[in-house]
Design a binder for this molecule. Structure first.
Ligand code: SAH
Length: 383
């Protein structure tokens, strides 16, 4: 690695492209806000609940299907509350249909992706919080292109509502029909779009018809480690799961792999994680991409073990998913097994993440909107 990139932590700061935010949508507002808007349009307040029940309760996103609304009201409400935010570009499936990736074009042409993963006991969606990402982690495809803009709250929520609808249609054979888990592990750094991400979480957990009614502990926010934002998240009345993308136990290597480490060091970010765990009672997930001959040495496993022993933490090792043109590769399985063994010997609970969606570029860190790069991901199911 030659030079270390500068990190624009505040995406609205000079240098980050000025946001071209989409029109307001009902998912940007809580129920009270929707009622105020609806009555402001001269409609009875109960229409807010009616339209919310369609969207969050029945997962109906298309106003044309809301046939219990009088036509004139429907047009007015659709215009103000249900603008189309996500234009489908393509949808890909793999793992016998249990993994699906949706690529969206936003109103300003920005591209984002979302992934649905069906398991026997749950359905998880992985959603994007920004178009692109400003964190510049060199092993991550999204990090290579830089930040385009923050997503609005509704652009975030609508990804989950759409994929919840896909699951509800029974499309994911062998999995429950109800979406249960949401992970903010798609494109973007969620804590760099703090207010909109927290509002999106509130919509995801509010009971229908205000929101999707998911359990807080089934929502995971994954971060590179923006320390002030972790503290702030701990002080919200939310107890979502925090995932920290650590990837190295020492500052020298983490400064390269997760450049924001130049601002907040390993010890600071772990302290913030433990404060989060103490405040919420929730175990923090430590994410660690296994990169051959880079961060997978036994001594690094031992150092990581010492940092995490006795803490409310769980290690999630992610086999590196090499990005196109990358000089890095995943660690060999025996090296990975030794890493796991050493962590477990240190008393640290450790698992290896499955690698869903590889063939559709839907696996971790691969969400780079291949369309934009002129390449065609597997392309076996076009929408
Ligand atoms: N910005 C957030 C969330 C997005 S990435 C974060 O960094 O946590 C979700 C996870 O995928 C992170 O742990 C990230 O480090 C990891 N990841 C990114 N690129 C990867 C790759 N090529 N292989 C494996 N994991 C990767």
């Amino acid at each position: 690695m030659t030079s270390l990139p500068l990190i624009p932590v505040d995406p609205d700061a000079p240098g980050a492209r000025r946001a071209s935010m989409p029109p307001q949508h009902l998912a940007d507002l809580d129920l009270a806000g929707r009622k105020a808007l609806v009555t402001g349009l001269g409609e009875p307040a109960f229409r807010a609940r009616q339209i919310s029940t369609h969207y969050f309760g029945r997962l109906v996103r298309d106003p044309a299907q809301m046939t219990d609304l009088p036509a004139a009201s429907r047009a007015r409400l659709a215009d103000q509350l249900l603008p189309r935010l996500l234009n489908p570009v393509r949808e890909l499936a793999c793992d016998d249909g249990a993994t699906r990736k949706a690529l969206w074009r936003l109103h300003d042409g920005a591209l984002v992706e979302s992934v649905l993963m069906g398991y026997p006991d749950r359905v998880t969606v992985c959603i994007s919080s920004q178009a692109g990402c400003g964190m510049a982690c060199p092993f991550c495809a999204t990090g290579q292109a830089g930040l385009t803009r923050n997503l609005s709250t509704a652009e975030i929520v609508d990804q989950a509502v759409y994929l919840a609808g896909v699951a509800a249609s029974g499309a994911v054979v062998g999995s429950p029909a109800r979406l249960s888990h949401v992970v903010f592990m798609g494109m973007g750094e969620p804590l760099a779009n703090y207010n909109r991400v927290v509002a999106a979480i509130r919509r995801l957990v509010a009971p229908a018809p205000e929101g999707l009614g998911l359990s807080q502990r089934h929502i995971t926010v994954s971060t590179v480690g923006l320390v002030p934002a972790i503290h702030r998240l701990a002080s919200e009345d939310l107890s979502v799961t925090l995932a920290l993308s650590l990837h190295a136990p020492d500052d020298e290597l983490r400064d390269e792999l997760v450049p924001v480490n130049q601002r907040w060091k390993v010890s600071e970010v772990l302290d913030a994680a433990w404060a989060y765990a103490a405040r919420t009672g929730r175990r923090v997930s430590i994410e660690y991409a296994m990169i051959k001959d880079v961060n997978d040495q036994p001594w690094r496993a031992d150092l990581l073990g010492r940092l995490l022993a006795g803490k409310l933490a769980h290690v999630n090792l992610i086999p590196l998913n090499p990005t196109p043109g990358s000089r890095w590769d995943a660690s060999p399985k025996p090296v990975e097994r030794e890493f796991v063994r050493r962590l477990r010997d240190a008393g640290v609970s450790t698992t290896v993440r499955d690698t869903r969606g590889r063939e559709i570029d839907g696996a971790c860190g691969q969400l780079a909107a291949a369309e934009d790069m002129g390449t065609d991901p597997a392309g076996n199911l076009s929408a």
